[in-house]
Design a protein around this ligand. Structure first.
Ligand SMILES: [Zn+2]
Length: 330
C-alpha cells in the first residue's frame, strides 16, 4: 500500500494500525474502533483517503448505536423485504419525499423517525396497515407491488417461521417467567451447543456482542418493551413451530441447566466466554457495540467445551453450567 507522506515528501509504503478513537458529537463522546496509517520510512502518521472514509463509517455506526438509531443496512432490508421504493415509503409515512433517499445516502435519521423504521422492519402487520391506509399517496403500481411482497412474507412466515422465531416461541412456552435478557442468553447457548452436538447451527441469524452479552437483534426489538420484566405473550401454541425433535430436546436441556439462573447471572456467564470477549476486543466495559459474534468463534468455543467436558449427550451440559457458575460466584 502506498500513500503520500508529507514528511518524506514522497509516495511511501505505509502500515495500518487499529486504534481506539473517540469524537464528541452534540456533547456526547462517541467511542469507536478506527484505523491509522503510518509511513514505513519515517513512522509518522499519514493521510489516506480510504482510511478516513473507513473511520467516518465506523464513527457513524458507533453514533447510531449510541443513540439507538436504525442501521443503514436495516433501512435497505426494509426496502427489499416490502419491495417498496425510497420515495413511495417516504410518502406512505407522510415524510418529505426525499427523506428515505437521504437516509440511504448516509444521513442520520432523528430518533422518532428511526423508531418507526425499526418497527416497520420487524412488524409486518404494522407495515401492512400503513400501506393500506395510505395507499392513495402512492401509485397503484407501487401499492400492488409492495402488497404482493408483504403478503408473500405473511404466507411463508405463517407456515414456516424461522428457526430463531420458533426457538423463541418454544422457550416462551416452556418457561413460566423469562425476561428478554435471559431469553437472549438461552438462544445463544442453544446456538452453541447445537453446533457442538450436531455440527450445524440452529439459527442462520448472527448475534451481536452487546454490552449485556450476546443479542439477536430482531428478538431484542420484538420484546424490548418488557425491559427487565418477564415477557408475557398471550395465545401461543405449539402449532407452526419449525424445530426438529432433537432441537426441542436440546432447548429443554438448555432451560433445565441455564433457565434456573437470572438474566444477570447468564449475562455474566456469557461475558466470561471467549466468543463475546473476542468480538468486543478493544471496547471498554459497557460500551455499545453491534459487532457480530462470528459463527466460527461460537463453533470453536463450544466444540472445545464439548470435548473438555467429554459430553456425550445433552444431560452432560449441566457439568459445564455448574462449573461456569462456581467460577463466577464461588
Ligand atoms: Zn514519511
Amino acid at each position: 500500500m502506498k500513500g503520500f507522506c508529507e514528511n518524506c515528501r514522497d509516495m511511501v509504503d505505509y502500515s495500518v494500525k487499529t486504534v481506539n478513537k473517540e469524537k464528541t458529537i452534540k456533547g456526547k463522546t462517541i467511542r469507536y474502533v478506527g484505523k491509522e496509517a503510518y509511513c514505513e520510512e519515517c513512522k509518522e502518521e499519514i493521510f489516506v483517503a480510504e482510511i478516513r472514509d473507513y473511520n467516518l463509517m465506523q464513527l457513524d455506526a458507533a453514533y447510531r448505536e449510541a443513540e439507538d438509531l436504525i442501521k443503514l443496512t436495516d433501512i435497505e432490508r426494509i426496502l427489499e423485504r416490502y419491495d417498496i421504493g425510497k420515495r413511495p415509503l417516504s410518502m406512505l409515512l407522510g415524510w418529505g419525499e426525499g427523506t428515505l433517499t437521504r437516509y440511504v445516502d448516509g444521513d442520520t435519521p432523528s430518533k422518532p423517525y428511526s423508531d418507526i423504521l425499526k418497527r416497520i422492519l420487524v412488524d409486518k402487520a404494522y407495515y401492512r396497515d400503513l400501506l393500506e391506509q395510505n395507499k392513495e399517496r402512492i401509485s397503484e403500481v407501487a401499492y400492488r407491488k409492495s402488497m404482493t411482497a408483504t403478503e408473500k412474507i405473511s404466507e411463508t412466515e405463517g407456515n414456516e417461521i424461522s428457526k430463531l422465531e420458533s426457538a423463541v416461541k418454544y422457550l416462551l412456552m416452556q418457561t413460566s417467567e423469562i425476561t428478554p435478557l435471559a431469553l437472549q442468553k438461552l438462544l445463544y447457548f442453544a446456538q452453541g451447543f447445537k453446533k457442538a452436538f450436531a455440527d450445524t447451527f440452529m439459527f442462520e441469524e448472527d448475534c451481536e456482542a452487546w454490552a449485556h452479552g450476546p443479542v439477536y437483534r430482531d428478538v431484542y426489538h420484538k420484546y424490548r418493551e418488557y425491559g427487565y420484566n418477564p415477557i408475557e405473550e398471550g395465545h401461543l401454541s405449539y402449532e407452526n413451530i419449525n424445530l426438529s425433535d432433537d432441537e426441542k430436546e436440546l432447548l429443554d436441556h438448555i432451560i433445565l441447566y441455564f433457565g434456573c439462573y437470572s438474566g444477570k447471572i447468564l449475562e455474566n456467564m456469557t461475558h466470561s466466554e471467549e466468543p463475546w470477549r473476542v468480538a468486543r476486543r478493544g471496547l471498554v466495559d459497557g460500551e455499545r457495540s453491534e459487532r457480530v459474534i462470528e459463527k466460527q468463534d461460537i463453533d470453536a468455543y463450544f466444540k472445545n467445551v464439548k470435548e473438555k467436558y467429554k459430553m456425550l449427550n445433552f444431560t452432560d451440559i449441566k457439568d459445564y453450567t455448574k462449573d461456569l457458575f462456581s467460577k463466577l460466584y464461588a
